[in-house]
Design a protein around this ligand. Structure first.
Ligand code: MOS
Length: 750
């Protein structure tokens, strides 16, 4: 057993038996039985149903709404439009901080994208509200929509949130390209994609005077509360949000969009609790998406296959009213050693809802292009793609020269390649076939995602009976937060997991930060760990200063917490239970708080990233062009693995989204109307079980002393990176056709 070295609290907690265990998710039974409550499952007494009427044009203004017709419907209670909406305390267009999403709240009659909310109908039933919304029969003054990557004004967007600057450069790219023996200059395109969480965005909201009670899925409880507080001019403590479970988020429930605000306004207007749930097609607009990209990569390599330059330019889109963009070129900062790297971005303003974070924003799109380009240059050099990647292995972060806090990518390459059987790959394309005559292709991609840390706080307590409490407003999107955090809590408190009451999922608890950026386990986990250590330190203080305790005189530094007892480090036969310590001290409980936060010194000194290597096999029907992914192996190094079973599921999920990116997903916009033509799960393709190959995930051991107290790097998003490129490269290897526009279509392989 390893021991954790705590820097924030004097007591030493032995790394217990919970972290690292493949526990089944603790909420699984509730979910299978339908007993896990999602936001829309709530029905406060007297609740009415609100339905959004959404714009069918993408640009222009609403000239009329037949409010009278809707109101004549016997079930309809009220119609909320820009003329009768309750006022907000601040303009929702003002960006009060970098993580605010500008939104529609029926401010005026302007339409800025298709599916924009233009009215809300409130009724006694969902059916009546839906019929009422249809009766509004809106008329518009429509302008031609601007659609696509060449449609409008080009601008250089500001950094996303607090992310990298939009332009980054090191070394002399032109000189590197000029000196290269082999060069490629290739342009890749990726389509708009929508998050499509299973659970639609929903809110059930009740006003009580100037207090708000809200059920709403959110990836950021406290962030959402702050946004609602500023929009409605309420003190934070007047707002209570419950979000115990999310049916997926993928980034779309991170920054709050307009629909929940409309729900709160509707409840205020009618003076009754209201439920507002987006229909599937209404999720294609007001709640974010992944912007399309066009990425040009210019790569040079010398006669030995050593990269001399990487230039990565990404064009993307943003909305006409906000600046979020897809930071695709950032993927080229980290992976491959090169004396010269330049990454640049620009964007075009189009008539779309604002894009947003989605499943590895930047890295997913960027690494698909980069991994394709690396494959192309390796082939130009006549080298095996893995040998080329190893030749250009980055020992330090290429764009900054900083050492990595840890990087077990070489082991990922080795273990993944061995498991896959990569050594048997033929170098040239179209040289492998199966017994049915299908073309077989093997491709690979490198996975990478930054190891981020946000801010979080947790509260821990030990009760008189020796049991523990851990409180943190964390978010379980299906990734298993309730389970992983309980494991960290149990070890932090030196207790068996069943002796810890883990309280989570509402805004009345300490702020867990945002469940995004693959940083939730690291950030909230650090807070939980530190809160546990702090409460143990208090217990240790009580015991070691009390002559009646067998721990008397041991000093804080000499105490170990395990199985609900403290032991002397110098003599583990001498210990005392938490219950005895508290009982003698006459205390009902001891409590303490702990925080998780980035360590600015470590962040300045080290580059922090998770890594992985993904290998894919595809089979292509030579007559029909049909592609099947038949086998994938992913080997990932992401620091400490809190729960191998949950981590495996996360990585499986990411790899499946990688297959989806390469072969399935695309939102198709009608250029004449600016409307999305496949705004439903029937026609917006994602892989179904039959499309999902045999998947094999390995986690590679990696100890990182710098990222955070527990050495966790996060696994939420890395699975998609590398995987899309591996599939695309396998398709090339099978067919000899390099498709640079995604998703790969059958017609391009014929
Ligand atoms: Mo994620 S796209 O950081 O929720």
């Amino acid at each position: 057993m390893s021991e954790l070295n705590l820097t924030t609290a004097p007591a030493h907690v032995r790394h217990g038996s919970n972290i690292g265990q493949p526990l089944t998710r603790r909420d699984g039974v509730l979910k299978v039985k339908g007993q896990a409550t999602y936001a829309a499952d709530n029905h406060p007494p007297g609740m009415l149903f609100a339905v959004i009427a959404a714009s069918s044009i993408a640009r222009g203004r609403v000239t009329s709404l037949d409010v009278a017709a809707a109101k004549r419907h016997p079930g309809v209670v009220e119609v909320m439009t820009s003329s009768n909406k309750p006022p907000l305390a601040i303009d929702p267009e003002i960006k009060t901080n970098p993580f605010v999403f500008r939104m529609e709240s029926l401010q005026n009659d302007e339409v800025r994208y298709a599916n924009q909310p233009i009215a809300v109908v409130i009724a006694h039933s969902l059916e009546a509200a839906t019929e009422g919304a249809a009766l509004l029969a809106p008329r518009y003054e429509a302008l031609p929509p601007r659609v696509g990557l060449d449609a409008g004004e080009v601008f250089v967007p500001p950094a996303v949130g607090v992310g990298n600057p939009t332009v980054n450069e090191h070394g002399d790219v032109e000189a590197g390209l000029a000196s290269a023996a082999k060069r490629i200059d290739a342009t890749y395109e990726t389509p708009p994609q929508y998050h499509n969480a299973m659970e639609p965005h929903a809110i059930v909201v009740a006003w009580d005077g100037d207090r708000l009670s809200i059920d709403m899925p959110t990836q950021g409880l406290v962030l959402s509360r702050a946004r609602i507080a500023e929009l409605f001019g309420l003190p934070h403590e007047n707002i209570h949000i419950r979000s115990p479970f999310l049916g997926g988020g993928f980034g779309s429930k991170g920054l709050m969009g307009g629909p929940p605000v409309l729900g709160i306004m509707a409840a205020k207007l009618v003076g009754k609790p209201v439920k507002l749930v987006l229909r599937r097609e209404q999720m294609y607009g007001p709640v974010g998406h992944r912007a399309p990209t066009r990425q040009r990569l210019r790569l040079g390599a010398d006669g030995e296959g050593q990269l001399t330059a990487i230039e990565h330019h990404a064009r993307t889109v943003s909305s006409t009213y906000d600046d979020f963009y897809e930071p695709a070129a950032d993927a080229s900062h980290t992976l491959y050693a090169s004396p010269a790297i330049r990454t640049t971005h620009d964007a075009v303003r189009v008539d779309t809802g604002t894009p947003l974070f989605m499943r590895a924003p930047g890295e997913a799109t960027g690494s698909l292009a980069l991994e394709s380009a690396i494959d192309e240059v390796a082939w130009a050099c006549g080298m095996d793609p893995l040998a080329f990647r190893l030749k250009n292995y980055a020992e330090v972060e290429p764009i900054t020269g900083r050492p990595f806090s840890s990087k077990a990518l070489r082991a990922c390459y080795e273990q993944g390649a061995t498991r896959f059987g990569w050594a048997k790959r033929k170098l040239a394309p179209r040289e492998m076939r199966d017994q049915d005559g299908h073309l077989v292709g093997w491709g690979m991609g490198t996975a990478t995602f930054p190891a981020l840390m946000f801010q979080a706080e947790a509260r821990a307590a030990i009760r008189r009976d020796g049991s523990g409490i851990m409180e943190i407003g964390a978010h379980d999107m299906g990734q298993g937060a309730w389970t992983a955090f309980a494991q960290i809590a149990a070890d932090g408190l030196g207790l068996d997991i069943d002796s810890v009451e883990f309280r989570s999922g509402h805004s009345g608890l300490p702020d867990a930060g945002i469940a995004g950026g693959s940083a939730h386990t690291a950030t909230a986990g650090a807070a939980i760990h530190n809160a546990g250590a702090a409460v143990i330190a208090r217990l240790a203080d009580l015991a070691t200063k009390d002559e009646r305790s067998p721990l008397f005189g041991a000093g804080n530094a000499g105490v170990i917490a395990r199985d609900g007892k403290l032991f002397r480090r110098d003599d583990e036969s001498r210990g005392e239970s938490y219950a005895d310590i508290l009982s003698r001290a006459g205390l009902a409980e001891v409590e303490a708080r702990g925080t998780g936060a980035p360590n600015p010194t470590a962040q300045a000194d080290y580059a922090m990233h998770a890594h992985g290597a993904v290998f894919a096999e595809v089979k292509v029907d030579p007559e029909l062009g049909q592609v099947r992914v038949t086998r994938m192996v992913g080997a990932f190094a992401a620091g400490r693995i809190v729960n191998p079973q949950l981590v495996k599921s996360q990585l499986f999920g990411g790899m499946i989204w990688g297959v989806s990116f390469a072969l399935h997903e695309e939102a198709i916009t009608d250029r004449r109307t600016g409307r999305i033509m496949n705004a439903n799960l029937g026609e917006y393709h994602i892989p179904v079980n039959a499309d999902v190959p045999s998947l094999d995930v390995l986690t590679v051991e990696e100890h990182d002393p710098h990222v955070n107290a527990l050495g966790i790097k996060g696994v939420g998003e890395i699975g998609i990176t590398g995987s899309a490129g591996a599939v695309a490269n396998a398709v090339w290897h099978a067919t000899g056709v390099r498709v640079r526009r995604f998703p790969i279509r059958i017609e391009e392989l014929l």
